[in-house]
Design a protein around this ligand. Sequence first.
Ligand code: SAH
Ligand code: SF4
Ligand code: F3S
Length: 446
Amino acid sequence: MKSGGDGPKRFHLTTFGCQMNEHDSERMKGMLGALGYVEAPSRADADLILFNTCSIRESADSRFIAHLGEAKRLKGEDPEVVVGVGGCWAQSVKDEVFERYPFVDVAFGPGQIHGLAEFLASDSLTAQGYFGLEGFAGHLPAHRERPFQAWVQVSQGCNCVCSYCIVPSTRGREASRPAPELIAEVGELARDGVREVTLLGQNVNSYGRDLRGADRRSFAELLREIDAIEGIERIRYTSPHPKDMKEDVARAHAECPAVCEHIHLPLQSGSSSVLKAMRRTYDRSRYLDRVALIREHVPDAALTTDIIVGFPGETEADFEATLEVVDEVGYDGAFTFIFSPRRGTEAATLDGTVPHPVKRERMGRLVELVQRRARERAQRFVGRTVEVLVEGPSRTDPSRLRGRARHNKTVNFDGTAGPGDLVEVEITDATSQTLLGHEVLLSRVG
Ligand code: SAH
Ligand code: SF4
Ligand code: F3S
């Protein structure tokens, strides 16, 4: 049921894309709550239908466009319904949104929640409005999904020029938030019951380079200051760039009790010539040096990665170089993607398109190796007792609990703890993705 003029207005929000978008959506919900909106259970019940979009690969675009069809139908049935589209897709097509999808009322770039708020608070919701990139929404109240975990956006945008990537054009130039503001925010979160924070940035470990004076910290210094905040038991961050993964960050991992033993270090390709064409600014050996540096300081760290298969010009030998790196590093997990040409990017204009069946075949071999290595790596946890932050019931077996180890592994276990508790779990079995075990009852830490 829609509000029909009485009662609070209802919104429905669908989020696509990365954690940055998830976080923007939390703030959007916080802002809508402040404006008196409540969440509707389905699109058909909503007065305001919102989409927070992603454009990282073609599949992301098409998934969203399919959903947009339902909004069009609902708006056709009830012209009072307001349709809003935010995020990276909206930013990449800008005003064209309204030409291509005339039933859309408002469009806004990533993080432009202020623009949405302004639009909703204005007297007339009739004029179509577009709000572009500007400023930070960092201090907007967020509606957090779990009271004990929070995202903290440390920077926005990206100054890299990875030739395949649409993000620099949708999220703009890199801008860091002043360190004192971030530290105060995390302090407040901790007082509010948050135990785990995930620092977010497109290139999170280049944090602070654009800041001056008292506002400025390096990423490693930021980690240390957040580590010192009472109540914060776990610090995660995503995504770092291998070029900025230096000794100071590895040392912060080793020396700060709250900084988790997990690093997501996107490889993209194991071939130096493909990396060059991708404009990643490191080659295979420099990447492997960074892995060695991490392993020297945090020998047990879990390493995960992102890999793109079928970049233009990728030969069988290039692909085999990727397999070699995957085998050598032994990742604890990897996100693997088939190259998708994106509008406005350099790689979309390169020759040497890899035929689709070849991409599929390479992807199959890559996934098989990634899973085998992850399964092998996971065996090191069997017989160990690991600290788990409990999230809720297990997804596959509700009589068991689910949580996350410091190494970012999902752990399904028998126990009696509640969400937000930190417990010790003895691991009895491990697959490539998850660990299994039981709570060690007497040593509850939380
Ligand atoms: N800023 C982060 C995340 C970028 S997007 C980082 O640099 O790590 C997440 C992943 O999507 C990338 O690491 C890359 O592996 C993949 N990706 C980005 N653009 C892509 C494209 N055009 N085709 C296929 N995969 C892509
Ligand atoms: Fe995209 Fe590269 Fe920036 Fe990551 S570092 S967001 S892959 S341009
Ligand atoms: Fe997608 Fe934008 Fe994130 S393109 S992956 S939502 S930065």
